[in-house]
Write a protein that binds this ligand. Structure first.
Ligand code: ADP
Ligand code: MG
Length: 238
């Protein structure tokens, strides 16, 4: 028990440290960004130097994203609960993702069960959760690929942990026909900073896991290498 307490202590002070650090980084980063933007304006007819400022701004944006993700993961916060229309959240995300696709043709399919009522949740966190999952799916598929988002009421309670009561669950599947995930990889997916992408932060799924835990939900991954991947989020329907 002592070990567990010590570990929890260490984790929470590590979280506070990370959150503090993230805040400290954001201010000077803003300064660098402002200076790079000024520089860019002052260099209208020097394409070579402008390439440098463009790189600076892009990299600043990247550090910013990492810091934002780290903050989302490390800082303690209170849920702001309200009745959330899940399908509106998912629909809005899909709308934006459709436009974000860089020249690849991707088919988006949404299959929603209209009988699902609004759920009690933190809307901005749910948006973050599903945005992360849908972005991963979009990043996984190639030209001609398919991303499907499906909602359903879960009637199979066998996956519920014992003692969790028998509240009904809503399940949201985010499926893609990308390359899939190897068995050995599956164990690492939710570990902070685990990424196989050159531009990834490896924080997306760790954040998803935290948000789902905060909502007393569960997540599972089904993947078949060569065929595709399905992430299923289960949330209590209250
Ligand atoms: P990031 O997207 O920044 O790499 P994530 O935490 O979102 O970080 O994902 C971690 C890793 O999990 C990814 O780098 C990728 O290897 C794997 N992964 C996540 N979603 C999928 C998916 N839909 N298909 C294949 N691999 C995935
Ligand atoms: Mg990701």
């Amino acid at each position: 028990l002592e070990d567990a307490v010590r570990q929890a202590d260490r984790l929470s002070s590590l979280g506070a440290l990370a959150a503090g650090l993230a805040h400290e980084i954001k201010n000077p980063l803003g300064g660098i960004k402002g200076a790079a933007q000024l520089l860019e304006m002052e260099l209208p007819d020097n394409p070579e130097l402008r390439d440098y400022t463009r790189v600076m701004l892009k990299e600043v944006q990247r550090v910013n994203r990492i810091v934002e993700d780290l903050l989302a993961l490390a800082s303690p916060r209170k849920l702001e609960l309200s009745k959330v229309n899940l399908h509106k959240v998912l629909g809005d995300i899909l709308l934006l993702q459709k436009r974000a696709v860089d020249g690849r043709r991707i088919t988006f399919i949404q299959q929603f069960d209209p009988s699902i009522p609004p759920i009690l949740a933190d809307e901005s966190l749910l948006t973050q959760l599903f945005l992360n999952l849908i972005k991963n799916a979009v990043e996984a598929v190639g030209d001609g690929g398919q991303v499907k988002v499906k909602s359903r009421i879960l009637s199979d309670y066998s996956m519920m942990p014992k003692g969790e009561g028998r509240s009904r669950l809503v399940a949201i599947d985010v499926c893609d026909d990308g390359p899939g995930i190897d068995k050995e990889e599956l164990d690492h997916l939710f570990t902070p900073f685990y990424t196989t992408k050159s531009k990834g932060t490896g924080l997306g799924l760790a954040i998803c896991q935290k948000i789902i835990a905060e909502h007393r939900g569960m997540i599972r991954v089904d993947s078949e290498p060569g065929k595709g991947t399905a992430f299923t989020v289960m949330l209590p329907l209250i």
